[in-house]
Ligand binder design. Structure first.
Ligand code: HEM
Length: 380
């Protein structure tokens, strides 16, 4: 999308798209302004476990699609476990899990970064945080995979995919309803117990809201983190000395931030105007949908020098990959930690790494940026 972003920045930084029936906002400052004005640009819109705008499946009421003040109350319920100090202690464990996934493929000389590491890692980490018992995690991962991607055989029809997704969703909901019951009686130090026992606006959450909470953590955190880890390898592969040259750069931290800027896993988020308003000289009407391209903001030449170049030690780097304002990503610190630990573990285990294929299939989504498979050859 990057040449398109450049064209839009120059020719129509804010425009109405008749086909998609929405406004598109491309410049950094405009994207920032919309995200910081939730009163005018509301997040209240339909959301299901299949994603935004989908009408099939369980409707979710979550912090992601709720405005302040209720949003802030919902978010407070789970804020603490996602703060930097709280996620930091997960690092050794994330390293152990990564090593297990590497052990499983180390004799093959090749791995698919997507399937062998970047997909299972975030699912496993979030399952543990939520409080899914170890014995149930394999089943849990299958449900999440099906909900996100459909059944394994890619040859089945669209209806079969949809059916399997809805069934996995229903099974997972039943599973969580039982787990919630157990934790109600016997609270543990996990997110399920936090959510069940929290009070929002003076009352505890309904069962539907509790389920919505758990579903959100899965929808928001998994494929995005998968794409961050995968995009990192793709970005590093474009450097003159190849993927492993990142091993020697001073800071993997800065390199991960630059991946977030350069190939943002989420390219756009959407809002709905609550009143007639002006946006960069255009008249937006109440009820209009506004698509905010944070991926384009991250390539805005007015904000970033040489935005089309991947600069692994770029600093400062105030990208908007995690959004901005009240909905700023809850899982940002966790996602960064997972990416840094997964990548540094790959560098520890492998002497050399190179992409095994050059023709990569993008994930099928307008708003997500990633690839379906990323085969990498390595030596140990
Ligand atoms: C919100 C990106 C990982 C949970 C957001 C938003 C973005 C984003 C752009 C703002 C949405 C909006 O303004 O409408 C990302 C990226 C990730 C990532 C790029 C990985 C690289 C995670 C993880 C979790 C998570 C690991 C949790 C386990 C959430 C939640 C929200 C959110 C709950 C809603 C926050 C709110 O409404 O206050 N994320 N995310 N995300 N993210 Fe993430």
């Amino acid at each position: 999308p990057f040449p398109w972003y450049r064209e839009m920045h120059e020719e129509s930084p804010i425009r109405y798209d008749e086909d998609r029936e929405c406004w598109d906002v491309f410049r950094y400052d405009d994207v920032h302004d919309v995200l910081h004005d939730p009163e005018t640009f509301s997040s209240e819109r339909p959301l299901t476990a299949q994603g935004e705008g989908e009408t099939d499946g369980m409707a979710l009421e979550t912090m992601l699609n709720t405005d302040p003040p209720r949003h802030d109350e919902l978010r407070k319920v789970v804020d603490d476990p996602f703060k930097p100090g709280a996620v930091k202690h997960l690092a050794p464990h994330i390293r152990d899990i990564t090593n297990e996934y590497i052990d499983a493929v180390v004799d093959d000389g090749e791995l698919d970064v997507v399937a062998d590491l970047a997909t299972p890692l975030p699912v496993t980490v979030i399952a543990e945080l939520i409080g899914v018992p170890a014995d149930d995690r394999e089943q849990f991962k299958q449900w999440s995979d099906t909900i996100v991607e459909g059944p394994e055989a890619a040859t089945v029809s669209a209806e079969t995919v949809k059916e399997a997704q809805l069934q996995a969703q229903a099974e997972m909901a039943t599973y969580f309803t039982e787990l919630i019951e157990r934790r109600r009686e016997d609270p543990r130090d996990d997110l399920i117990s936090d959510v069940i026992h929290a009070e929002v606006e003076g009352t505890t959450l309904s069962e539907g809201e509790t389920l919505g909470f758990l579903a959100l953590l899965l929808i928001a955190g998994n494929i995005t983190t998968t794409n961050l880890i995968t995009n990192a390898i793709r970005c590093f592969a474009t450097l003159p000395d190849g993927i492993e040259s990142v091993r020697d750069i001073a800071s993997l931290e800065l390199a991960v931030e630059e991946v977030l800027r350069y190939q943002s896993p989420i390219q756009a988020v959407s809002r709905v105007a609550t009143t007639d308003t002006q946006l960069g000289g255009h008249s937006v009407e109440a009820g209009d949908r506004v698509v905010v391209w944070n991926g384009a903001a991250n390539h805005d030449g007015d904000k970033f020098d040489d935005p089309g170049t991947f600069v692994p030690d770029r600093s400062p780097n105030q990208h908007l990959a995690f959004g901005s304002g009240v909905h700023f990503c809850l899982g940002a610190h966790l996602a960064r930690l997972e990416a840094r630990v997964a990548l540094s573990t790959l560098f520890d285990r492998f002497e050399t790494m190179q992409l095994a294929e050059t023709e990569l299939q993008p994930v099928e989504s307008t708003f997500l940026y990633g690839v379906q498979r990323l085969p990498v050859q390595f030596s140990t």
